[in-house]
Design a protein around this ligand. Sequence first.
Ligand SMILES: *Cc1c(COP(=O)(O)O)cnc(C)c1O
Length: 387
Amino acid sequence: MTDRGFNTRCLHLEETEGKIENYGALSFPIYQTATYAHPCVGESTGYDYSRLQNPTREQLEKMVASLEGGNDAFALSTGMAAISLLMEIFKPGDHIIVEEDLYGGSIRLFENVSKKNHYEFTYLNCAKDNIEDHIKSNTRAIYLETPTNPMMNVSDISKISEIAKRHDLILIVDNTFLSPYFQNPLTLGADVVIHSGTKFLGGHNDTLAGFIVTGNEKIQEKLRFLIKTTGSGLAPFDSWLILRGMKTLGIRMEKSQDNAIRLANWLKEQRIVTKVIYPGLPEHPGYDIMKKQARGFGSMITFKVDTKEHARKILECVNMIKFAESLGGVETLITYPITQTHADVREEVRMKNGITPCTLRLSTGIEDIEDLLRELSEVFDQLNDNG
Ligand SMILES: *Cc1c(COP(=O)(O)O)cnc(C)c1O
């Protein structure tokens, strides 16, 4: 990472500075081309075919690598495409230890696709369980999210990276929830970082994208081969949309976090709310670890209400706040994990993790806080009146 500040690095790539390229265009061009002409046999401009290399995608990959402090980044068509590609670096018989409270789509991939390749998974609460007790001779990796989706469990990345190093395991962290603005797992000892670029990096609820970032050269080499071979690289136009979204990453993260802190404290005061889970509240069990390993707490809030009827009513009554899947965009969204993001997670796992019919998840956007509070007050007042 260079000495430049984060917000500057969201806008400028140092290596291209001082050169007048692309007619001086400030907005990086969209190289909407499938192929590239060669000067003669055995020579190349460095670009052969867009499945392998595309300048717009490359610009985005360099930017994300710089923000995460990695050597290289890979831009894929979705977050799930990124996780699927990463799973290809393992071999049949490999065992992976996985955080049990993961994004539901990742669990669906591991259980229904990866297992076909004879991968073995052990699901743990990585914030609490003793990971070392579960390492076997065929264990190759540990896969984390912190804070987790949706229950916001926080695990200590440095501590787990020490375990990973001791046993020669690859530590993978899905950093979607905090974005590189608030947390950089590679600098805490992780080997690979995953992002759903659809979320905070893109930030506008308009584009799907995914990233793998690494500082490990062996993994990097394998992934370059895999992206060329499997062909799930991000399209030029979508790469440009994410580049544009990332320009405001820092100010979006700050504003949505400010709103989230206000909303979390407001929710705590509501009669029908039984629990507010936000890692920025000092009573959250992961608060101290967050203070140590992250620069902020993010804008995701999970909360529980007293009855399933009240949960459903809230989802029906919101208007400006949208009842929709996804997160990390400028608009505030409310999600029902049990039927949406985590519908494919087995019921006993959901219950163990506390994902019940009374659990709701808010992705706080950048609206004026007064408007968010007014809307939620109207909805909650109705529920209070109706008992
Ligand atoms: C959304 C999400 C994904 C999947 O990303 P897509 O871009 O939707 O494919 C993976 N991990 C986390 C934590 C997510 O929130």
